[in-house]
Ligand binder design. Structure first.
Ligand code: GLN
Length: 167
């Protein structure tokens, strides 16, 4: 998605990969596995420092979980894993996010929701009364996969936020 939008992408596996990044995507996947990898490679503190330095971050699905208090502690919130329940673990929906115009087509795969959050974290999207998108400064975290439905607006936002830093 990043390359499709004309920016250069790099995988982050070890702390050295964070060097000089203009922006970061914390992708979907499996948060327990990802948390173990972060721990194993000593990425926790470097990721917290990157977030604190103002580098823009887009976190999707498991990425949202990684930002919460029980994981990296970057955002003052608690994510509830697999929150949409057994019967509707995966579904698609159109969701409106404050500041992003027309509703986005979102793919939810065993998605979390934000169970509660502090005042520094703004809820910018809800589905069935549950918070599924939050923003805190230059950090945007969503419970769904925008990339699977070809939704480019959130990645475009990330690249635009990165531009001044990269320049
Ligand atoms: N259920 C996964 C988890 O708890 C998240 C799924 C996803 O990222 N699509 O980590």
């Amino acid at each position: 998605m990043i390359e499709q939008l004309g920016a250069e992408a790099r995988e982050v596996r070890v702390p050295a990969d964070l060097e000089g990044l203009g922006a970061l995507v914390l992708p979907g996947g499996e948060s327990t596995t990802m948390a173990l990898g972060i721990e194993r490679e000593g990425l926790g503190q470097p990721l917290r420092e990157l977030a604190a330095s103002g580098v823009p971050i887009l976190a999707t699905c498991a990425g949202l979980i990684l930002l919460d208090r029980e994981h990296l502690g970057v955002l003052d919130m608690r994510a509830e894993r697999n929150a949409f329940g057994r019967q509707v673990r995966s579904f698609e929906a159109d969701v409106a996010l404050d500041g992003f115009g027309e509703p986005l087509h979102a793919v939810f795969i065993r998605a979390p929701w934000v169970a509660e959050h502090g005042a520094a974290v703004a809820a910018i999207g809800e589905l069935d009364g549950h918070v599924i998108a939050v923003r805190s400064g230059r950090i945007l975290a969503v419970a769904f996969h925008p990339e699977l439905a070809g939704e480019t607006r959130l990645h475009r936002w990330l690249i635009e936020e990165a531009a001044p830093a990269a320049a």
